[in-house]
Design a protein around this ligand. Structure first.
Ligand code: SAM
Length: 243
């Protein structure tokens, strides 16, 4: 059953992100992650990342963590886009480099022509949107043929999240974050014209359980589909546009 999303949900997130951008100076806090959570996400992405050829777009770049990671890995040019101007200012300040560009904008109305980016990524955004259809349409539109689209979400199938969501509904609490179904997001990518869309599970333990985090990565828990689907806090999807 689709989750009920109140109208103010997106507005609340937008003002929260702007406040994070004004108040904090670290990548993780500007994005609203824990330091260990951001490090785990970045490791998961870098472990899967192959070639960084061509121009990249980071849609919802926050403090620019992935913009800098792509630049370090040799991407030709990287654009960081976010609707939080205070976060963009911090990102720019923290990132010297002339082959990087920062833009204010909404990920659902990207200010670019079609098929201009070699690859695009969009991390940490789906949980703050009421729905993903417009976002997926835009990410696929601006990607060149044979380019990659990377997107993540907070796993709706995670047992912990399912329990939290149930308690929230029983107590009639307003929705805090939107959990997403990895299968549904994959379906949206395929429906928008991608030929491949592979789900990767990302188990993320709280900051105080970093030993468990290391153990789960050593055991490659994320690659055990049965366990990973119900235990992973997050997932990421790597999709490709046809040639
Ligand atoms: C959780 S942070 C993630 C930042 C970074 N991508 C990362 O993964 O560390 C989400 C970012 O997306 C931005 N964002 C959320 N919704 C957006 C939208 N509709 N348009 C543009 N940016 C958006 C927020 O301002 C915030 O900087």
């Amino acid at each position: 059953m689709p989750q009920e999303v109140p109208n103010e949900f997106e507005l609340r997130w937008r003002s929260r992100f702007e406040r994070f951008g004004e108040s904090y100076d670290s990548d993780a806090l500007i994005a609203g992650w824990s330091a260990s959570g951001l490090a785990t996400r970045l490791r998961a992405f870098e472990a899967l990342l192959g070639t960084t050829d061509g121009e990249w777009l980071d849609a919802g770049c926050g403090a620019g963590t992935y913009v800098r990671a792509l630049y370090r890995q040799g991407a030709e040019r990287v654009y960081g886009l976010d609707y939080s101007v205070p976060s963009l200012k911090k990102a720019k300040h923290m990132t010297p480099g002339s082959t990087l560009a920062w833009l204010a904008g909404d990920v659902r109305r990207l200010p670019f022509r079609s098929a201009v980016f070699g690859s695009v990524l969009c991390f940490g955004v789906t949980q703050a949107l009421a729905g993903c259809e417009a976002l997926i349409g835009e990410l696929v539109r601006v990607t060149r043929p044979a380019g990659e689209i990377w997107i993540d979400g907070l796993n709706r199938g995670c047992l912990l999240h399912a329990g939290e969501a149930l308690i929230g509904r029983v107590r009639q609490q307003p929705l805090r974050v939107r959990y997403e179904s990895a299968a549904r997001l994959r379906h949206l990518l395929l429906a928008a014209g991608c030929t491949q869309a592979r789900i990767h599970w990302v188990p993320i333990f709280p900051q105080r359980f970093q030993r468990l985090q290391r153990l789960s990565e050593w055991m490659r828990l994320g690659r055990m589909p049965g366990f990973a689907r119900v235990l992973s806090h997050a997932f990421l999807i790597r999709a490709r546009k046809p040639c």
